[in-house]
Design a protein around this ligand. Structure first.
Ligand code: PBG
Length: 339
């Protein structure tokens, strides 16, 4: 049987190219691809955000975040234990207080859901890191991250409130406090208050150092009931167009005593993660935020993307960019996929 003139094998010239480099050689099998893989994920990298609310036996799914729940303290302990069993390093706690006021005083109420959740998790789940988000927006009646004068968000009086919140989280037993408010000077003020009298010198600060004013926090505000009643967060959160400013923000927070610095959101700010990691060489966290999670969930529910693959590709990209720590609502799902 003679080959047809147009068949590929008929062209002797292209039959075997004389190549020295054949990158496909190392992609031939799963074993080869695994051996030369440059970026690896592990559940150790993951921090799992959780929302603590009042009540008992409460497990209320957030409409815009499938798989994410508002949990009463008893339920949050179970969820944290599940995450720990799957290898996740830590949880990041947010709170839904029973009462809000115009200065966010619930943020430092020792009997509020976050403070009780911290103590319960530390007691019942061994070796799981408990990190608390420090901000006022969940606790103010107007949903802003600070104290207002008219429509202006005041910096320095807000820092005083944040300090009280951070200290109350430390008193409850938090390993790490994570100020997410973007007020100037709050890292230094929190550090000084924690160190006062040597009380909490071992409590670390993970600062939301380069936190952008992002559209991708939308679903979170459903979860935490923290949407601002008017206006937005542009006077304190960063302009998405800026990266030099991110480096200045990170430098200031390190100077003030931040142990871990965070970039947020993650996927649209991979360049910022890389620059922060390369410039400062500090433990660097990236927050894969609610909107980034919700987009994947929504597309997957419509059958438009393969969710397990999209999830792993996303988390790998964040890691590849330079993140040492990934805060993600996918923490448990991804940990299970890696097992
Ligand atoms: C509190 C806070 C927010 C997020 C983390 N801490 C909301 C905001 O800044 O409006 C967003 C997290 C997410 O979208 O998953 N200030």
């Amino acid at each position: 049987m003679s080959s047809h003139a147009s068949s590929p094998t008929a062209n002797r010239h292209l039959d075997r190219l004389d190549l020295t480099e054949r990158p496909r050689r190392l992609r031939r099998s799963p074993a080869l691809r695994r051996m030369v893989r440059e970026t690896r994920l592990s559940p150790d990298l993951f921090v799992y955000p959780l929302f603590a609310c009042e009540g008992h036996g409460v497990r209320r799914e957030v409409g815009s975040m499938p798989g994410v729940y508002q949990l009463s303290v008893d339920e949050i302990v179970k969820e944290a234990a599940g995450a720990k069993a799957e290898g996740v390093s830590g949880v990041l706690l947010f709170g839904l207080p029973a009462h809000k006021d115009d200065v966010g005083s619930g943020a430092y109420d020792p009997a509020a859901p976050v403070q009780r959740a911290v103590t319960a998790i530390k007691q019942e789940v061994k070796d799981l890191l408990v990190i608390t988000d420090v901000c006022l927006c969940e606790y103010t009646s107007h949903g802003h991250c600070g104290i207002l004068r008219g429509e202006e968000i005041l910096n320095d009086p807000t820092v005083g409130q944040l300090v009280k919140a951070a200290v109350s989280h430390a008193e409850a037993g938090a390993d790490i406090v994570a100020p997410s408010d973007m007020m100037d000077g709050r890292v230094g003020a929190i550090r000084r208050a924690l160190d006062e009298g040597g009380r909490f010198t071992d409590v670390a600060i993970m600062s939301y150092a380069a936190k952008y004013c992002s559209a991708f926090y939308g679903p979170f505000r459903d979860a935490a009931d923290s949407a601002p009643a008017f206006g937005d967060r542009r006077t304190h959160q960063m302009d998405p167009a800026n990266v030099e400013e991110a480096l200045r923000e990170v430098a200031i927070d390190i100077e003030e005593g931040a142990d871990i610095v965070m970039v947020k959101p993650a996927v649209h700010y991979l360049d910022v993660i890389t620059k922060v990691k390369e410039t400062f060489g500090r433990p660097t966290a990236a927050y894969h935020v609610s909107g980034e999670y919700a987009m994947l969930k929504a597309a997957a529910r419509n059958g438009w993307i393969d969710e397990p693959r999209a999830m792993m590709e996303t988390l790998t990209a964040i890691r590849r960019a330079g993140a040492d720590i990934i805060i993600t609502y996918y923490a448990r799902e991804a940990a299970r996929a890696l097992a």
